[in-house]
Design a protein around this ligand. Structure first.
Ligand code: ATP
Ligand code: MG
Length: 298
């Protein structure tokens, strides 16, 4: 049985805006990436899952509970990080964390403290004096501190510096290993690539594609760029990979190949003198970019 279920969820805000017939099923322990351009409907979908919006038609369910009818129960159970966090500005981070913890009936604060140390934040100052990244860290602590079994994360690493983004991915990994079910909306391909098992793409309020991340990672060609010292190296590469694009003046080589041929490439390169070797940009990013902008509806 799926833990997070959307069945033909529809909310029409008028003028073609909203979400239309969105259906998703996220299994226990799965990390589902929810991708799409600005205004596609990701946050609207997540708000339905938190019971903030009543569906116009269709259903949003978590562990079989109706998110609208059982919103109190759902909100207790789920760790939710909103895309835009509205904090009470006159409180300190710490007092706000304590208030939410009390509402959840939390008694043990050891893990909350651990998260403060992990993200290197001192929440003792007023929320209104905090930087964007600091506020985001408070939001993360609020959604993870009770170790929920289900996480709804709406662009969780926005505002975090690269070091903290990496730490955040490590944190998601820890939760994944503990069997947490995660729905993650993100514009960061690296975050999606490193954490998601499946990815759904939404555009103009409609689901347009669902892909298995592992299959995608391994089935697509990877492109490598390299530069060799000697012309004889280029000949050696062309002998094994006639499809390689070689520039005889600069000694640069561009070669695209599937994972199944990587060992052949390494064997050839072992006999070459390389100036450098690099893999071109993420294949996932390349794949998903076609759904951003333009009219690539399918
Ligand atoms: N309460 C509302 N009333 C009217 N229109 C709304 C409301 N909430 C969202 N919309 C519209 O619904 C569409 C989807 O918005 P949503 O915030 O879900 O997009 P998103 O995918 O989260 O985008 P982003 O990547 O920018 O966060 C947008 O066109 C938005 O203007
Ligand atoms: Mg959003």
């Amino acid at each position: 049985m799926s833990v997070i279920t959307l069945e033909n969820l529809t909310k029409d805000f008028g003028n073609g805006r909203g979400i239309f017939d969105v259906s998703i099923a996220v299994r226990k322990g799965e990390c589902y990436g929810f991708l799409g351009p600005n205004g596609a409907g990701k946050s609207t979908t997540m708000r339905h899952l938190m019971g903030f919006y009543q569906p116009q038609s269709g259903k949003a369910m978590i562990e079989g509970l109706d998110c609208w009818g059982d919103q109190k129960h759902i909100q207790q159970k789920v760790g939710y990080l909103p895309g835009e966090i509205a904090f009470p500005e006159d409180m300190t981070g710490k007092s706000y964390i304590r208030m939410i913890a009390k509402m959840r009936g939390m008694k043990d604060f050891s893990y909350e403290k651990e998260l403060e140390d992990f993200f290197e934040i001192n929440p003792a100052i007023e929320l209104k004096r905090m930087s964007k990244g600091m506020k985001q860290k408070i939001g993360i602590i609020l959604s993870f501190m009770h170790k929920p079994e289900i996480l709804l994360l709406d662009e969780p690493s926005s505002g975090l510096d690269p070091l903290m983004q990496n730490k955040f991915i490590d944190l998601m990994d820890q939760f994944k290993k503990a069997g947490t079910t995660i729905l993650l909306s993100s514009h960061m391909f690296e975050e999606v690539e490193r954490t998601c098992d499946r990815i759904g793409i939404i555009k103009n309020g409609k689901m347009i594609r669902e892909v298995d991340a592992k299959e995608l990672r391994h089935s697509r060609l990877k492109t490598f760029r390299m530069e060799c010292e000697d012309e004889t190296d280029l000949e050696r590469i062309l002998g094994k990979f006639p499809e390689a694009e070689c520039n005889m003046t600069t000694h640069s080589v561009i070669l695209s190949l599937p994972d199944s041929r990587i060992n052949d490439l390494i064997a050839v390169l072992a006999g070459c003198k390389l100036r450098f070797l690099k893999e071109e940009k993420h294949t996932l990013e390349e794949y998903f970019m076609q759904f951003y902008g333009g009219d690539a509806n399918d």
